[in-house]
Design a protein around this ligand. Structure first.
Ligand code: CTP
Ligand code: MG
Length: 235
């Protein structure tokens, strides 16, 4: 089996609580496809991506309804209770498919607007990096910290502050080790870079486009539709 090159791991086992919909947000319609189909086809059509492993919840009734024709290697792993567990399961499945230690791009199923140019930029910035890194967006707003009563306590220096997004690109073995270590230590990690940081490794921040949004609340769907149109030059 082909093992050189880059793989994608797509956690898609969340319930989408904040979306308040009748099905998980990755199965909502975005233009002519579901959100997850948009995301997977963006990854699969990138020339440097060999294959994809997607994590799907055990209780998922929607995944099997899809008719996917991605044209790349593909496997499905079982989702876990947290995003980190889902990613870890997918990485373990990937270990069965490859004999070396490829770069892995972990990318949220809920981010369907990822540009190929952002993948290209990320690969060019990180392919020779000793650890790897993530796509992020610089924080432009003035940032405040409040207490539980919404009383403003301080203005947080926004210099060098970033919003972390995905893909997050690390070597397969490094990532498995880091996520296992975080789990053993009982550290909650909401992204892969947190697990890498936990191990004392230095990941690089790579600037991505702000239209790579994560569909989280209902109004994000319309925004994603607008971004897809904009990327095609339709608006
Ligand atoms: N995810 C996953 N397994 C989980 C939780 C989340 O694979 N146990 C995935 C989601 O499907 C999503 C990505 O991780 O593609 C980012 O998570 P998030 O945006 O938080 O999605 P949900 O957890 O589904 O949404 P919510 O937090 O609103 O419930
Ligand atoms: Mg969540």
């Amino acid at each position: 089996m082909k093992s050189e090159g880059v793989w994608a791991v797509v956690p898609a086992a969340g319930v989408g609580q904040r979306m308040q919909s009748d099905k998980p947000k990755q199965y909502l319609k975005l233009e002519n496809k579901t959100v997850i189909e948009q995301t997977l086809s963006r990854l699969a059509s990138h020339p440097r991506i060999n294959g994809i492993v997607v994590a799907i919840a055990k209780s998922d009734n929607w995944w099997s309804e899809l008719q996917l024709d991605l044209g790349c290697e593909f496997d499905v792993a079982e989702g876990g209770d947290t995003r980190a567990d889902s990613v870890l399961n997918a990485l373990q499945a990937l270990k069965q498919l490859v004999n070396d230690d490829p770069w892995v791009l972990v990318h949220d199923a809920a981010r369907p607007c990822l540009r190929h140019s952002d993948i290209d930029y990320m690969l060019s910035e990180l392919s020779t990096h000793p650890v790897g890194g993530i796509l992020g967006i610089p924080v432009n707003d003035t940032v405040k910290r409040s207490n539980d009563d919404d009383v403003i306590l301080e203005t947080v220096e926004r210099e060098r502050l970033w919003r972390a997004s995905t893909p997050q690109m690390f070597h397969l073995n490094t990532l498995v080790e880091a996520l296992n270590k975080a789990k053993q230590q009982g550290v909650t990690v909401t992204d892969e870079a947190s697990a890498i940081e936990c191990c004392g490794l230095e990941a690089k921040m790579v600037e991505g486009h702000a239209d790579n949004i994560k569909i989280t609340i209902p109004k994000d769907l319309a925004l994603a539709e607008l971004f897809l149109k904009q990327q095609r030059g339709d608006v």
